[in-house]
Design a protein around this ligand. Structure first.
Ligand code: 5PA
Length: 351
């Protein structure tokens, strides 16, 4: 593959990255040509800086969110290679699993979801929607995402014996192919900046399996390195997230055939911990308070697992002046709103 060298004083242009991305098979799943960027006037006034939100909750397929962008490339890859069955995994209420199932249905592919949870769980939230769209669900009672990998492999082997071609997508679509979705999003953001006449100092979002952060960090670094991308950890052991982001950056750059001068230290610096509130899926009073605060101020609905924690972190680092006053910040709303209906009891308790 041709290698394009990135030099410190020579930013790889928008069009070079665009051309590289366009070489990969992609299926159009995002329902809009660009997700909107909105100015959060009331929140900005309260915090003394400019806060914008990119509405990736409105990507449009099923419940929308960040996974749709990754699936454009993942399913593009699967279809171009003749795969007929998608196998993926996540927690019982995984947004990624649901959106993958919906995308597979839309494209006429078979889909199997290996979900971590209790077989006796009452269908609610995303798990209920998985059932509504007739996803083939296999519930496994294991503690970590890693433990579902052998289960998916076993299912794939069985299917292969039956003559099927299964395509495994890991947790959150965190592969170099999936990451391309957020390199593409970096292009979209830089284009929108020009149209809006703004320049973001920071792009901030919730990070977990790492693909969103890897794609945005690599893409922005290649085309507009003055902007910094901050991933706010939502409870996974943050060191695992940092390693995942770094490995994805290295492998995605290789896939694209680009050199860069990002380092692991860069990822350490820009992956923010301290806003997990007890861990993945834990909802505390602070989480509900920030949902209430932003909802009542801006009519913007955050989810309790990812975006509320990331927004809490954003507000906190602005208030503590860890980010310079008057910064221009783009918050990515990565979706997940349906989990409000999964965790309704606990949300009610703190409201
Ligand atoms: C998720 C992830 P990354 O996985 O790309 O780091 O994105 C984090 C993220 N916002 C942010 C929302 C709404 C998300 O759903 N969700 C996972 C899932 O299974 O749904 C991968 C964990």
């Amino acid at each position: 593959m041709r290698i394009l060298y990135y030099r410190k004083d020579d930013t790889m242009s928008y069009y070079k990255v665009k051309t590289l991305i366009e070489k990969f098979p992609r299926i159009n799943l995002v329902a809009v040509s660009e997700t909107p960027i909105e100015y959060l006037k009331n929140l900005s006034k309260e915090l003394g800086c400019d806060i914008y939100v990119k509405r990736d909750d409105l990507t449009g397929l099923a419940i929308g969110g960040n996974k749709v962008r990754k699936l454009e490339f993942l399913l593009g890859d699967a279809l171009s290679k003749g795969y007929d069955t998608i196998i993926t995994t996540g927690a019982l209420h995984s947004n990624h699993a649901l959106v993958t199932a919906a995308a597979a249905k839309k494209l006429g592919l078979d889909v199997i979801l290996v979900l971590r949870g209790e077989k006796s769980a009452i269908p609610k939230g995303n798990y209920l929607i998985d059932k509504l769209i007739d996803a083939d669900i296999r519930i496994v009672n294991v503690a970590t995402g890693k433990e579902t990998i052998p289960v998916m492999k076993r299912i794939a082997q069985e299917l292969e014996r039956e003559g099927k071609k299964p395509y495994i997508i890991p947790t959150g679509g965190a592969t170099p192919i999936g990451v391309l979705g957020y390199v593409k999003c970096a292009l979209e953001i830089v284009k929108q900046e020009k149209e809006l006449g703004v320049s973001f100092d920071y792009i901030i979002h919730a990070t977990s399996s790492g693909g969103t952060q890897a794609g945005l960090t690599l893409g922005i670094h290649l085309i507009k390195p003055s902007t910094k991308v901050l991933g706010i950890g939502v409870g996974d052991p943050i060191v695992e997230t940092k390693k995942a982001v770094w490995n994805l950056i290295v492998s995605t750059a290789e896939l694209l055939g680009v050199k860069h001068n990002l380092t692991y230290e860069h990822i350490e610096k820009y992956t923010i911990s301290g806003y997990g509130f007890g861990g993945y899926g834990k909802i505390t009073k602070e989480v509900v308070e920030v949902m209430n605060y932003v909802g009542s101020l801006e009519g913007l609905i955050l989810d309790p697992i990812y975006t509320a924690k990331a927004m809490y972190g954003t507000i906190d680092i602005v208030k503590k002046e860890i980010l310079p006053k008057n910064s221009s910040i783009l918050f990515i709303h990565t979706g997940g709103m349906t989990s409000i209906f999964q965790y309704d009891e606990i949300i009610r308790k703190f409201l």
